[in-house]
Design a protein around this ligand. Structure first.
Ligand code: ZN
Ligand code: ZN
Ligand code: ZN
Length: 521
């Protein structure tokens, strides 16, 4: 079918209408021919009946392939049209950051391939680039690449899709930080799951190859926790739940049975007997005299189990202190730091697989959205409705019983978006996180917190009278002052507090909070 259009301005919409009429799902290449004689006339040739293969395809802009091969190698013949540069090592290649590159790693030695991939994933400009391998793929390689090198036609499709995603990615200052790089990496690979791998050489047994490569200076598990707290990633599957040393978090632990009396290792399971006549308990061997059972203490001959003697349940003996016992104690020794601990002290650690969350995808498209809630997540806010309900309840109690008192405290941060603009989101979120940490250390277990606007926090402090409130106010001020001292920028804030004695009889939680909010705003 041939459609003729006489003006260039119609060209785009006509193409997209045709495309969507054919398929909503697939990208259809369209050939546009510009006859030399009439540059304003465009002939669009496309097929609606036959499969995409019969379409005359547009000029495909081939990305450059950088093939890293330690020994002579050439890509399959279907790659004949592609520009391919072969290098022995990544260092030999002189990058051109403006160009589009696909890496192909010829994998003959998996450990060399892994270290090459780690090098690539640390590269500031190419850490998120498409990268394929030839040869065997084990889980660690799989986590650092886009898989086995496909046929040239499939790679073209994948590259086109990759370019579309790249175009919609919001490249901002955070993309140069490890978290930004991770978001970009995951954005460009919509189905990618961050999987842990395991190795006995690794102190924690489990490790995440991609996270290690993108952020080698940070403890992966700390970084993961931060990413999960910021709701940038979400868990997919629970892979393992392991116990770790409370001192160094190693999972290489040795469990030893010891004497519950003296802690000695030198214990053994021994058959013992209990003489009913005199009550003596001793190891069985000591009862054996000339083939008969005779109590070594009272010399009674023991004939019938149950009436003359029985087996005591204390069937363990300590060779150091001769204590007989039923159950030994268990000591845990860390094979990494050498410290001992009790089994109950071990830290339980869930190993999960992860993917980019909805919030992570929003950040990928819109840039680092400012979200105070994420910085304050560690305060464990309760919903505003529940907070108001509890405040009403405390108000009723305090009015009824003179011994009950409480305080309500508000923290308002004006001009947060302006400050974010000035110092950058990353820095502002850092500032707020430091503050949230300090604030958390000041709160007691029964204290409640909520957030009624992005920049308005509320704290409900039970059993806090006028004096207590003043103290809290001073501590918050000092804390904010300390944070400001270390910073070049001013984080403006307004504090407001009221104790139960000051609250009007007529006011309920909603009215009270609205009145105080109006005062600070
Ligand atoms: Zn002992
Ligand atoms: Zn006896
Ligand atoms: Zn340890």
């Amino acid at each position: 079918m041939t459609i003729e259009y006489s003006s260039i301005s119609n060209q785009q919409s006509a193409i997209s209408n045709q495309q969507s009429a054919i398929s909503n799902q697939h990208y259809f290449p369209v050939k546009i021919c510009l006859p030399e004689s009439s540059p304003s006339r465009i002939i669009i040739t496309m097929s609606t009946t036959s499969p995409p293969t019969s379409i005359r395809e547009p000029e495909f802009i081939y990305p450059r392939i950088v093939c890293l091969a330690a020994s002579p190698f050439s890509l399959p013949s279907d790659y004949a049209d592609w520009e391919i540069d072969y290098y022995l090592r990544l260092e030999d290649w002189i990058p051109d950051p403006s160009g589009q590159v696909i890496f192909v790693i010829v994998n003959k030695d998996p450990s060399a391939a892994v270290s090459l991939l780690q090098q690539l994933r640390r590269h500031p400009d190419f850490c998120t680039a498409l990268c394929y391998v030839t040869g065997a793929i084990h889980p660690e390689i799989e986590q650092l690449t886009d898989g086995a090198l496909p046929e040239a036609a499939i790679l073209r499709e994948r590259f086109a899709h990759f370019q579309e995603l790249l175009a919609s990615f919001n490249e901002n200052e955070t993309a140069i930080l490890p978290t930004g790089r991770l978001i970009k990496y995951l954005w460009l690979r919509p189905h990618f799951i961050i999987q842990p791998c395991h190795a006995w050489q690794s102190p924690r047994y489990w490790f995440y190859p991609l996270l290690d490569a993108l952020h080698p200076d940070e403890d992966t598990f700390d970084w993961l926790r931060t990413l999960a707290n910021q709701r940038i990633i979400e868990s997919v599957d629970l892979i393992d739940r392991q116990r770790e040393c409370p001192h160094c978090r190693s999972s290489h632990l040795s469990f030893i049975d010891v004497c519950p009396n003296c802690g000695s290792l030198d214990i053994a399971q021994q058959a013992s007997l209990h003489c009913f006549t005199c009550g003596h308990v001793d190891v069985q061997d000591n009862f054996l005299q000339g083939g008969a059972l005779v109590c070594p203490k009272c010399l009674t001959q023991l004939r019938h189990i149950g009436s003359d003697f029985d087996r005591p349940i204390e069937n363990h003996n300590c060779h150091a202190c001769h204590h007989a016992f039923v159950e030994s104690d268990v000591q845990v020794r860390c094979m990494h730091c050498g410290k001992s601990s009790q089994p109950t002290d071990l830290v339980e650690h869930k190993i999960q697989s992860w993917r980019l969350s909805d919030r992570g995808r929003i950040i990928a498209v819109r840039g680092d959205i400012f979200d105070l809630a994420a910085s304050f997540d560690q305060l464990q806010f309760i919903p505003g409705e529940l907070f108001r309900h509890d405040l009403d309840w405390l108000l009723t109690l305090a009015r009824r019983y003179p011994l009950i008192n409480f305080s309500l405290f508000g923290i308002y941060f004006p001009q947060l978006p302006e400050l974010a603009e000035k110092i950058g989101h990353a820095r502002l979120i850092q500032l707020l996180e430091v503050f949230a940490q300090r604030l958390r250390s000041m709160l007691r277990t029964p204290d409640l917190s909520t957030r009624t606007a992005e920049n308005m926090l509320w704290l409900l402090l039970p059993q806090t009278d006028e004096k207590g409130l003043q103290g809290f106010h001073t501590r918050i001020k000092t804390s904010l002052g300390d944070i400001m001292k270390d910073s070049d920028h001013q984080l403006n804030y307004q504090l407001i507090g009221i104790h139960s004695g000051q609250i009007d009889e007529q006011e309920d939680a909603q009215l009270l909070m609205a009145r105080l909010y109006a005062e600070v705003k």
